[in-house]
Design a protein around this ligand. Structure first.
Ligand SMILES: Nc1nc2c(ncn2[C@@H]2O[C@H](COP(=O)(O)OP(=O)(O)OP(=O)(O)O)[C@@H](O)[C@H]2O)c(=O)[nH]1
Ligand SMILES: [Mg+2]
Ligand SMILES: [Zn+2]
Length: 332
């Protein structure tokens, strides 16, 4: 039995790198039946072109679906498509939720000379501890710093379509991955990269090109957990009067008392995520009501409380749905 790492998946084919050699494999039938998710980056045991076992992951993110990574580099464009702080906060919080370090890279810097925007980026994200890079894949700006960030790690490039993920990889690797312009009509990327792929720059440095995606929603966590994704909000939560304070319109809320110290776009994102998390809570409440409807309610006024076990199982179902969505979409 050999061991290796999946570096690319195309429909039913899994491409495995084992000691520098590449193998085209399929999944063993028994493994298929377990419905276990298989990601680029997974370490596997394989034999005669058949993957027998997926080895435990050190970490993963489900979008783009990649396992065993050191960090996510969130790529935004300063223009074409326009920079969206709301999108950026989504990627940042997503990486935080999965416990993966993030670096922020702002590409297409040749298209803008907006110093105010650069200042804003630094003023919001530097105090939060993020490394920040401005690059131009086209004009070769900031590439030395970009390479430095990559050095000795496995980094996943993540961001909307058309921001220049593949172009940046081309610029630092000399490869010629497919890249394509942003549509003039919609100002959106054209989903040029269709699959995740690990690209080795040297023995220790690897970079994962991924398809762009943008419709990331926080409808898989509970509203009370959203503040954990925002350290600058979370640090006040112990001083809120109510333990279940959502920091929206409660009285004696320490977060509201300190709103002048929290960036507006960050708080706005917090509110958006809470709203999405509310719809998740409604969904599991509904599932809980259905499963608990056989129990006689003592008091109709009391909202149905779901046991943590049921909540977890509903959460798992939703997680599975996330994976299903990924598979249905085929790429992202
Ligand atoms: N002006 C400018 N254009 C760039 C830069 N980087 C990339 N582009 C252009 O932006 C377009 C999209 O680049 P891609 O590298 O395909 O973007 P991507 O993020 O890989 O997109 P997907 O694969 O669809 O997710 C291409 O036309 C690139 O030539 C840059 O630094 N400056
Ligand atoms: Mg691409
Ligand atoms: Zn509060």
């Amino acid at each position: 039995m050999a061991e290796g790492q999946i570096y690319k998946i195309h429909s039913d084919f899994y491409y495995v790198n084992s000691n520098g050699q590449e193998f085209e494999c399929k999944l063993r039938e028994v493994l298929k039946k377990t419905k276990q998710s298989v990601f680029v980056g997974d370490f596997v045991e394989f034999n005669n072109g058949a993957i027998e076992k997926i080895l435990p992951r050190s970490n993963f993110i489900p979008r783009p679906s990649v396992a065993n990574i050191d960090r996510v580099i969130i790529i935004s464009a300063v223009k074409e498509p326009d920079l969206s702080f709301s999108q950026l906060n989504r990627y940042i919080s997503f990486a935080k939720y999965y416990g993966i370090e993030a670096v922020l890279c702002f590409n297409k810097n040749d298209l803008s000379s907006d110093d105010k925007m650069i200042e804003k980026v630094f003023s919001i994200y530097e105090p939060l501890g993020y490394d920040i890079l401005f690059t131009s894949a086209l004009e070769g700006l900031g590439l030395d710093e970009f390479k430095e960030i990559l050095e000795g790690k496995t980094s996943v490039l993540c961001g909307s379509s058309g921001v220049g993920k593949s172009s940046l990889i081309n610029a630092v690797s000399g490869l010629n991955l497919r890249t394509k312009g942003v549509s003039e009509k919609t100002q959106r990327g054209t989903h040029t990269t269709r699959h995740c792929e690990i690209i080795s720059l040297d023995n220790k440095t690897r970079i994962v090109d991924t398809p762009g995606f943008s419709n990331l929603k926080f409808d898989f966590i509970l509203p009370l957990d959203v503040d954990k994704l925002f350290p600058e909000i979370y640090k006040y939560r112990d001083k809120c009067k109510f333990q279940d304070c959502l920091h929206i319109n409660e009285t004696d809320c320490c977060v509201k008392d300190n709103l002048d110290k929290i960036d507006e776009t960050r708080y706005q994102s917090y509110l958006e995520f809470v709203e999405e998390a509310n719809s998740y809570q409604e969904k599991i409440k509904y599932q809980g009501t259905k499963t608990e409807s056989t129990h006689k309610k003592h008091n109709d006024n009391i909202a149905v409380k779901i046991s943590s076990r049921k909540r977890q199982s509903a959460r798992n179902t939703l997680r599975q749905n996330v994976y299903k969505d990924i598979e249905d979409e085929g790429i992202n």
